[in-house]
Write a protein that binds this ligand. Structure first.
Ligand SMILES: [Zn+2]
Length: 225
């Protein structure tokens, strides 16, 4: 099938008070490589009472199931009380991204564990004979960065990490504390979002074929019959 619109239709949902409706246009079209694309536009609260009290926001949850169709995002629209919002950051602030390898190693293990890894490498001399799981983890970190597993180079790097351990900004202990605070921040934001959702009205759109727009009639408007 070539690119183009499969449908573009008017949909409506009840509003929170039940005396009016919320409308939107929903579409599906074929994009590149035969991938279908769903979307919506033109959302509008058609109720005087509700439009004074609420605004529309979408609760988007990323679905991790690989078999999920589309882009893997579950998108649920709500009428949210004015003054409240779902826009609170619940993503992990991942510091590792900016780290050099030595910084990453120092944030990954405590100093005494790094010393154990160092001893393991000195004693066993080959990365196939290493005894500790942590040693293998460090070798993998090194491999991810340099695509090599030369133990001699890793030992030199470890020596630097152990000697200068306390001068690093993000030691293992500081990283654990940071992660705990991040988790607390995320949990607090999830709590705020859940409280907001509890006071909000979930919109459930269905196709509407006989929509009569209020005011001026506009021939040819999609969905108007
Ligand atoms: Zn209403």
């Amino acid at each position: 099938m070539s690119c183009g619109t499969i449908y573009d239709r008017l949909e409506q949902s009840h509003c929170a008070c039940g005396k009016g409706v919320v409308i939107r246009h929903s579409y599906k079209r074929m994009g590149f490589r035969n991938r279908s694309e769903n979307g919506y536009y033109g959302e509008e609260i058609k109720c005087n009472a509700c439009s004074r009290k609420y605004h529309i926001e979408h609760n988007k949850i990323h679905n991790s199931y690989p078999s999920w169709e589309g882009d893997g995002i579950i998108d649920t629209p709500y009428l949210i009380p004015n003054g409240m919002t779902l826009k609170h950051d619940v993503s992990q602030n991942n510091l590792y991204f900016y780290f050099d390898l030595d910084e990453k190693i120092v944030s990954y293990l405590e100093k005494d564990k790094l010393q154990n890894v160092f001893d393991d490498m000195i004693k066993n001399k080959s990365n196939t004979r290493l005894k500790l799981a942590e040693s293998k983890g460090i070798v993998e970190l090194y491999y991810q960065r340099y695509h090599k597993r030369r133990l001699q180079n890793i030992i030199m790097l470890l020596q630097k990490c152990i000697c200068d351990y306390d001068s690093y900004e993000w030691t293992f202990e500081k990283m654990q504390e940071h992660k705990m605070k991040e988790q607390q921040r995320i949990n607090a934001n999830i709590q705020i979002i859940n409280n907001t959702l509890a006071q909000s009205y979930k919109l459930e759109f269905t196709e509407h074929r006989n929509y009569e727009p209020q005011g001026e009639k506009n021939e040819g408007v999609l969905g108007y019959i």
